[in-house]
Design a protein around this ligand. Sequence first.
Ligand code: PRP
Length: 212
Amino acid sequence: MYIMNKPIRIALTKGRLEKDTVGLLEKIGFDCTTVREKGRKLILPISDANLEVVLAKANDVITYVEHGVCDMGVVGKDTIMEMGGSFFELVDLGFGRCRFALAAKKGSGFYGGYDIKTIATKYPNVARAYFESKGMDLEIVKIEGSVELAPLLELSDGIVDIVETGTTLKENGLEIIEDIAPISARLIVNTVSMKLRQAEIEKLVSLVEANL
Ligand code: PRP
């Protein structure tokens, strides 16, 4: 009797990256109706590809892949830079493009003066590493969203945040002081899965690369 391998489980970051990834899987030729018509379901089989899609928040995609309960994941480079972790980062998927930037109120002269700067951010590790690389001491305040508010309310001198179109900065009177790093979606793989299911994973990865 032929026994089919259990599906390769792939964790997708819910939202925009999920949509772009489903688009990519469909371009490869997989039937993603289950994901498109998911309702509130969080685990979705893509039977013709022997894949199982898991929908999760970005940080949790990394957690599930690191723990090996998902073989692969699609997550932004922003989350990878902030969380780190041990897994293989195999493919730059090219979508979900944006960047990390340091921004401050327009004309505020961010680097002027000798006082220790305060930075508000959702990404304290990224911000710390960036200013450490400049040898600059600073204070970090962790904010959960709409980080642009912090300098407007004078909680911070600047922010380290994601910039996509630049509209949020512009509409709130902020400007980019420096670009920090480019961001895009990445395909990550659990280190053990990479060994145990190498052939299947490599096949999927080459299909992905051929359809980017
Ligand atoms: C992100 C980011 C900026 C905005 C940038 O926020 O934190 O606020 O998008 O996009 P733009 O350059 O195209 O204006 P998100 O929409 O994820 O919400 P949040 O601020 O609540 O995290």
